[in-house]
Design a protein around this ligand. Structure first.
Ligand code: SAM
Length: 450
């Protein structure tokens, strides 16, 4: 691997950098890890796999399978995530009481790795706002979160400064900042072309802007997790010091077990910071620091205009399509009807009045000329189900479904059928007697030939 010129010298003074081991690690095989979805986990899963030691649901795989061709990935049974990123679990577990009902912002969320982890860690009555400013990246975030199946999630597409309309709203804020990306060079060598000292400086400025712009949205005593996938001190420890200088905060120390190989660094301003190095722990480069806000932050009162509610007739017809062991509230999102938890209804309406909400809860479908047109999210949700039996597909048919091809299934009646694989929902088909229409979204279609 040919590193960009000046890159290794740039790292040379870092405390845990060891040139030959670092370079060796970059010539070694890239570890592959996945994180199971606890809401969709199979009892048979993970038994022979080695666990990622700082997580409960993360596992290393012995080699990289063709993930795209595994229907369980598309069913949201697991997420493919680099092990270092899963360290976020420790930040949350060690700094907040996860049994509480929390409002959590994942500010730089696409493609959704941290958001799916947060969704699994948070209590069901917590609300996760997963935000992505870049429009072209919102779709992949939405796809991944819909497949993950949680109901307590809102997806927004806002600039960080837009969150200033929500002073003191969030008890936890995760800023997995856009960065120079050197921590992922091993996995994605093409990222090296963009690397330069001046690019790092631009990242530093942008990271500061992002933090400063959203700072008021964090409540007093609220937790900020700042993370990057860069090795550069400028984007990491120096940013910790900048945060400590700039705001009234305390740095939160975390306990890391010695054998995990995660290194704590103490910054010049006595901040605690945590690094994953590929030569010291099994994963890519990752940096994380946790802060508690000490300043008194005014909090915006939650008042809504009670818009976007559905009619009683629609609610009644929904009952024939949806079943749930928990009570649900319903909101209109454009032409779609989405289920949200009753305790989140006014919060979500409140957010809809202030932010560009792209998705909230679980979209069940739309009522078109008195017919229910179900949405994929209803097929993939874990807190509610379609009011019908799952039609189990074998692997070949599940792949045909995911390719959006036509195929035949025996013994099903005409109309909408909820199809799935290994008891997990995948989506919808409409059986017409002699053929079927495949309602898998075109943009989610498997295009690869295997
Ligand atoms: N958290 C994601 C995950 O775990 O899958 C990865 C996030 S990635 C490191 C950083 C994200 O920040 C990207 O999705 C990028 O589009 C977004 N971003 C880029 N510029 C931004 C800005 N000025 N403000 C906020 N987010 C930005």
């Amino acid at each position: 691997m040919e590193f960009p010129s000046g890159f290794l010298q740039h790292l040379a003074s870092l405390p845990d950098y060891e040139a030959s081991l670092f370079e060796q690690a970059h010539h070694a095989e890239v570890p592959v890890s996945i994180r199971y979805n606890p809401s969709k986990k199979k009892s048979s899963a993970s038994t022979e796999l080695t666990s990622v030691p700082w997580t409960t649901e993360g596992y290393y795989l012995p080699s990289r399978p063709l993930f795209t061709m595994d229907p369980l990935l598309h069913a949201g049974a697991y997420y493919v995530q680099e092990a270092g990123s899963m360290l976020l679990e420790q930040a949350l577990k060690q700094s907040v009481d996860l049994n509480q009902s929390l409002k959590v912002l994942d500010l730089c969320a696409a493609p959704g790795g941290k958001s799916t982890l947060l969704q699994s860690l948070l209590s069901a009555n917590s609300l996760l706002v997963a935000n992505e400013v870049i429009q072209s990246r919102v779709n992949i975030l939405k796809e991944n979160l819909i497949k993950w199946g949680g109901m307590n999630v809102v997806i927004t597409q806002n600039d960080p400064k837009d969150f200033q309309v929500l002073p003191g709203f969030f008890e936890v804020m995760v800023i997995d900042a856009p960065c120079s990306g050197s921590g992922l060079f091993r996995r994605d060598p093409s990222a090296m072309q963009e690397w330069s000292l001046s690019a790092i400086q631009l990242c530093v400025e942008r990271q500061r802007r992002i933090i400063a712009d959203t700072w008021s949205a964090l409540s007093t005593d609220g937790i900020l997790v700042y993370a990057t996938c860069s090795f550069s001190k400028e984007e990491n420890e120096a940013q910790v010091d900048w945060i400590l200088n700039q705001f009234d905060v305390e740095s939160v120390p975390l306990k890391m077990q010695e054998q995990w190989g995660i290194r704590q660094t103490i910054t010049e301003n006595h901040g605690y910071a945590y690094r994953c190095w590929p030569h010291l722990s099994k994963g890519e480069g990752f940096f994380m620091a946790v802060f508690r806000k000490k300043s008194i932050q005014e909090v915006i009162p939650i008042k809504t205009k009670n818009k976007n509610l559905i009619t009683a007739a629609t609610a009644q017809s929904l009952a024939s399509f949806v079943q749930s062991s928990i009570s649900l509230s319903w909101v209109m999102q454009g032409k779609y009807i989405a289920a949200v938890l009753p305790e989140h209804l006014s919060l979500i309406q409140f957010l809809m009045e202030r932010l560009r909400v792209r998705y909230a809860g679980v979209e069940a479908g739309q009522l078109l000329h008195n017919e229910w047109i179900p949405e994929p999210a209803l097929a993939l949700a874990s807190a509610m189900q379609p009011n019908r039996e799952l039609v189990e597909l074998d692997e070949n048919k599940a792949i045909a479904f995911l390719r959006k091809e036509s195929f035949m299934i025996e013994g099903v009646s005409k109309g909408w059928q909820w199809v799935g694989y290994q008891s997990l929902g995948l989506g919808w088909i409409k059986f017409l007697g002699n053929r079927l229409n495949n309602y898998h979204p075109s943009s989610w279609r498997i295009r690869m030939n295997a």
